[in-house]
Design a protein around this ligand. Structure first.
Ligand code: TRP
Length: 78
């Protein structure tokens, strides 16, 4: 079977519910830091995987997040 660089084949889907939602990728390994920030505007969708470089994703702003565990909504700070 083809060797892949991701730790799982699962994708997550993030759909922005407002302008300026930030999707922030955090590094895998002993050093946990931001390595990528993607800005989504209302209605934009990002489809992403966890990889050998990315162990966690932080989402700022109001967005719907769809994973194999179900759907969750992030909220903007009030
Ligand atoms: N170059 C990054 C990686 O392969 C791209 C990436 C994958 C990413 N998943 C992400 C960036 C989630 C932000 C959020 O790990």
């Amino acid at each position: 079977m083809e060797k892949r660089n991701s730790t799982s084949n699962d994708y997550i889907v993030i759909k922005a519910q407002e302008d300026g939602v930030n999707v922030i990728g955090l590094t895998r390994g002993s050093d946990t830091r931001f390595h990528h920030s993607e800005k989504l505007d209302q209605g934009e969708v990002m489809i992403a995987q966890f990889t050998e470089h990315t162990s966690a994703v932080k989402i700022r702003g109001n967005a719907k997040i769809f994973t194999s565990f179900g759907e969750v909504e992030s909220e903007a700070k009030k």
